[in-house]
Design a binder for this molecule. Structure first.
Ligand code: ZN
Ligand code: ZN
Length: 273
C-alpha cells in the first residue's frame, strides 16, 4: 500500500534529531510518496523553555532546507508544514507567522494549558508532571478538550488537528465519561473541515497507545472527518514507525481510506488495503 507521513520533526525543534534531508531520505527508504516536515512554530520567549520549538531566526533556514531537499529528491512530495501550539490568547501571535511564511500545511496542537495567573503549563512534558496533581486530572482533561475545540474556530485555519487525546501521554487517563466530548470534538472537526491524524508516537510514550483512542477515532469516522497517518518522528529513523498498527486502527474505526495532504492544500486519498 502507498505510504505517506504527515507529521515529522528535525533537530530544528531543539528536542529532536536529524536534518530535513535525513527525514526525507528515511521516507524515501520506506518507499513513501509524501512526507510533511512540520517543525514546531517558534514560541514567544516567555513561553519557550528553550527546547519546545524552533528558534525564530531559523525559519528561513528551514524553508531553504526544504527547497534544497525538493531539488535533490524530485520523486517524493515534500510538504512545508508547521506544528502550531494553540494557546489561550495566542491567535494574533500565530497569525503573525502563518500570514508571513508560505506554509503548505498547518498542524493545530494543544500541548499547554494556562492557569489563573496566565502561566503556561506543558501537561505532556515529563518534567512538569506535578501540574497534574495541582490541577486535578478531570479539570486538565476538560480544559484540554475545550481548548482543542476552540482551535477549530480560530482564524488560523488549521488543516490538521494532531494527537487528539494527547493528555494521556504520561498515562493520566480520563477519569470520567468522555463520550460527550468525543462526539463534540468529532462534530466540531467535521464542521471545520479539518483532518485528524492517527499518530503512532504514543506507542513509544508511557501510555503506549496510538492517538487517538479507538472510541475517539470511531467518533471522527462516524462524523465524516478525514484521517491521515503520522509518525510525529523526532528522529529520522522514526519516520513511518508502526504504521501497520495505525492502518489497522483506522480500519477498525471504520475508515476505508487514508487522507493525504498535498503541497497545494488539496487532499487525496489512498485506499486502506
Ligand atoms: Zn505535538
Ligand atoms: Zn509533532
Amino acid at each position: 500500500m502507498e505510504r505517506t507521513d504527515s507529521h515529522t520533526h528535525t533537530f530544528l525543534s531543539r528536542h529532536g534529531r536529524g536534518t530535513v534531508d535525513e527525514v526525507v531520505e528515511a521516507a524515501l527508504g520506506q518507499g513513501m510518496t509524501m512526507v510533511a516536515l512540520t517543525e514546531h512554530l517558534p514560541l514567544p520567549p516567555e513561553v519557550d523553555d528553550g527546547t519546545f520549538a524552533m528558534e525564530p531566526e531559523r525559519m528561513a533556514e528551514y524553508f531553504s532546507a526544504l527547497e534544497m531537499a525538493r531539488r535533490a529528491h524530485p520523486d517524493i512530495e515534500i510538504i512545508t508544514g508547521t506544528e502550531v501550539d494553540w494557546r489561550y490568547g495566542a491567535e494574533d501571535y500565530i497569525l503573525g507567522w502563518t500570514q508571513r511564511w508560505p506554509f503548505e500545511l498547518l498542524l493545530g496542537s494543544v500541548h499547554m494549558l494556562t492557569d489563573a495567573e496566565g502561566n503556561q503549563w506543558e501537561f505532556d512534558h515529563p518534567g512538569y508532571a506535578e501540574g497534574w496533581n495541582e490541577r486535578g486530572e478531570e479539570a486538565v482533561w476538560r480544559e484540554y478538550f475545550e481548548l482543542w475545540m476552540q482551535a477549530l474556530q480560530s482564524k488560523v485555519g488549521f488543516d490538521l488537528m494532531t494527537h487528539p487525546d494527547l493528555p494521556k501521554k504520561l498515562s493520566y487517563k480520563p477519569t470520567f465519561d468522555t463520550r460527550e466530548y468525543y462526539t463534540a470534538m468529532a462534530e466540531a472537526a467535521a464542521k471545520a473541515g479539518v483532518m485528524i491524524e492517527v499518530n503512532t508516537s504514543g506507542l513509544h510514550k508511557p501510555v503506549k497507545e496510538l492517538y487517538p483512542a479507538p472510541a475517539l477515532l470511531k467518533a471522527f469516522c462516524q462524523a465524516g472527518v478525514a484521517c491521515t497517518i503520522s509518525s510525529d518522528a523526532h528522529a529520522p529513523e522514526h519516520t513511518g514507525r508502526d504504521f501497520d498498527l495505525g492502518y489497522a486502527a483506522m480500519r477498525a474505526a471504520g475508515y476505508t481510506h487514508v487522507t493525504v495532504p498535498t503541497r497545494t492544500g488539496d487532499r487525496r486519498s489512498i485506499p486502506l488495503e
